[in-house]
Design a protein. Structure first.
Length: 620
């Protein structure tokens, strides 16, 4: 049992010690690794035997809570934080002291957010993370990285305004009920006292949700992420995608979930967020197809995967809303299933997206390019990195035997159980598009036909995260029960109202709801048989000569065709019928994604106005 305050303090102290890297860079490497490793071990210790005493920071109203949910988030932060520090040892070559200082402070802020259940402290810690991540985005100090950092800060300033306004409205309302002080803004207190009510309370919660959701990010508030990820170091891209948008954004749903009772029509509210999740996953996977920059492609796919998390958590909230309305415990099972599915995809996305960004960083480190059209036969040139990228690609694409398949399968089941098969169908379509996009990447960059000279894999400190994360992708793919039993089930128990816990066993309901997932070994057997049959057919088939694609077209044809598919003369199919619907859709997206921050802020403002009008009109 370890006080979470010590974990935050240890990281802050380590950050200031790392400034001595100006004298010797190894100081930052050593102190960063030791401090984050200590935090990871402490988090695991708290998961086994939770801390129940009075926290060191309770005197200033910094209320830490240690339960299954907060420990789950802290584990994600500590695990990926350690991978980031290890990868940085060889990857970061300039401005080392500044880099370690801001990275460790950011991890400390995220660790504090993981354990905090107080609105004002969540806001303060989120802003610390925002302020410290901006110089990390601008690490290379060129015009593009500075522009990306400024765009990031502009969006986050608006998010800050919404959070502050929402907290102010809620505090104003509860102060009229006789409550005061920072502790009155504890989320569990607001949930148990039911001190928030009416249109004003709904408006306050919606504003807080929008502010935190800007960090998540949902469509159309996602626009800062691709630009920031492209210009930042790969380690910071991983930090942004796997921790900042999860740990800093997840309070939006947690707050909404705990305070659902405030809304007059919570069912419609959660349906809106399910729809936003579907739009996010579909639109952003479509935008990913047109990308030639590897990190930008990964960024759009990251936003698309956030859509899956939102749908899963949205199903969880929808189930709770129906349970409050009907009292039917079947809906509580749907809620627990949706929450587990959403949280499972959150940790899976954290793992495989970190793996992919580290792989992209290793490729950039060795080849000095992010342009997919200039990559070829990397599996032969960088064997370990190539295998790691293949594992990450298959995981994000939802291929069976890898972790992404299990969480996506749970989300499909949750949608069907909640009576939304159309949402499940769109999610499957988005998954198919993700697979198509990564097949393009794999064939073009890793399995090309040219004889690439062996470049060699990156240094050992950069290889360790690639190996660990690849193993986790496979373990959670073959045995999802490990994650569900030890991480997700305790997290779900912490979110379900304590009054109904004795009447339901969420773990048993999950086993019944997702029975197909647990027969994974039968699935492995069938896949192996299918692959063997396919191999026999391949060996018996005549060989076809392959021409290498022109460099300009390589990212779009997979590297094995001289022309795009629709221009091959032998098909004799007019491309208009295929091009027109997609061209019209992509033209719309092109007009929306101009790169102009003012337009993006206008979209955010329009979205906020819509939600405020919906609250005032009593629709939600």
């Amino acid at each position: 049992m370890i006080d979470p305050a010590y974990l935050v303090i240890a990281l802050v102290v380590a950050a200031f010690i790392s400034l001595l890297s100006r004298v010797n860079r190894r100081i930052g490497d050593i102190i960063g690794t030791i401090s984050v490793l200590f935090v990871l071990c402490s988090v695991i210790a708290n998961m086994i035997s939770p801390f129940t005493g009075r926290s060191l920071l309770d005197e200033i109203g910094f209320h830490f809570v240690v339960n299954g949910y907060t420990s789950f988030l802290a584990f994600v932060v500590a695990l990926i934080g350690l991978m980031v520090i290890l990868f940085s040892i060889s990857y970061i070559e300039k401005n080392v002291s500044r880099y370690y200082f801001f990275t460790l402070i950011t991890i400390a802020g995220l660790m504090g957010m993981s354990y905090s259940w107080n609105l004002i402290w969540l806001y303060i810690l989120a802003e610390i993370c925002t302020i410290c991540s901006a110089p990390l985005i601008a690490h290379y100090m060129d015009s593009k990285s500075i522009e990306g950092a400024i765009k990031y800060l502009i969006i986050q300033i608006f998010a800050t305004a919404f959070i502050l306004a929402g907290i102010g409205i809620i505090y104003l309302q509860i102060s009229h009920s006789g409550y005061s002080g920072i502790s009155s803004l504890d989320i569990d207190f607001l949930a148990s006292s039911r001190a928030i009510s009416g249109t004003l309370g709904e408006l306050g919660i919606i504003l807080i949700f929008i502010g935190f959701a800007a960090k998540f990010p949902l469509f159309p508030i996602h626009i800062w992420l691709p630009d920031a990820s492209t210009v930042a170091p790969a380690t910071i891209s991983s930090l942004l995608h796997t921790m900042m948008i999860k740990i800093a954004g997840i309070p939006a749903f947690f707050i909404l979930f705990e305070l659902t009772y405030v809304f007059r029509n919570p069912v419609l509210l959660w349906l809106i967020f399910c729809v936003l999740g579907v739009i996010t996953m579909f639109v952003c996977v479509t935008l990913a197809f047109a990308q030639k920059d590897l990190k930008r492609l990964l960024a759009y796919h990251s936003v698309s995967q956030v859509g899956y998390v939102v749908v899963g958590l949205g199903i969880g909230g929808l189930g709770m809303a129906y349970f409050y309305q009907t009292g039917d415990y079947l809906w509580l099972g749907v809620a627990s299933g949706g929450m587990v599915a959403g949280l499972f995809h959150l940790i899976n996305h954290t793992i495989f997206k970190s793996l992919l960004f580290f792989g992209a960083g290793a490729i950039e480190y060795k080849t000095h390019t992010k342009d997919i059209s200039k990559m070829d036969s990397l599996l032969r040139a960088m064997p370990l990195t190539g295998i790691a990228m293949l594992v990450g690609s298959l995981s994000i694409a939802g291929v069976p035997l890898f972790n992404g398949f299990n969480s996506k399968w749970m989300i499909y089941n949750s949608c069907i159980a909640a009576g939304m098969p159309i949402v499940a169908a769109i999610a499957v379509l988005a998954c198919a598009l993700t697979l198509a996009s990564f097949l393009k990447l794999i064939c073009s960059a890793f399995l090309g036909g040219s004889k690439q000279e062996k470049i060699g894999d990156p240094p050992i400190p950069m290889q360790i995260p690639l190996i660990i994360l690849s193993i986790l992708c496979i373990i959670f793919g073959l045995s999802p029960q490990i994650a569900v039993k030890y991480l997700l089930y305790p997290a779900t128990l912490a979110l379900i109202p304590k009054a109904v816990l004795p009447k339901i066993d969420p773990y048993s309901s999950l086993l019944r709801m997702f029975g197909g997932v647990w027969d994974v070994y039968w699935m492995v057997t069938l896949i192996v048989i299918g692959l063997f049959i396919g191999y026999l057919i391949y060996r018996a088939s005549p060989k076809i000569s392959v021409t290498i694609t022109d460099e300009k077209l390589a990212p779009f044809t997979g590297g094995a065709l001289k022309q795009p598919y629709l221009r091959i003369e032998e098909t004799n199919v007019h491309p208009f019928a295929f091009e027109y619907p997609f061209r019209s859709f992509l033209d719309i997206l092109k007009r929306v994604h101009t790169g102009v921050v003012n337009l993006y802020v206008s979209w955010i403002a329009a979205f906020v106005i819509f939600l405020i009008v919906a609250v005032l009109a009593g629709w939600i």
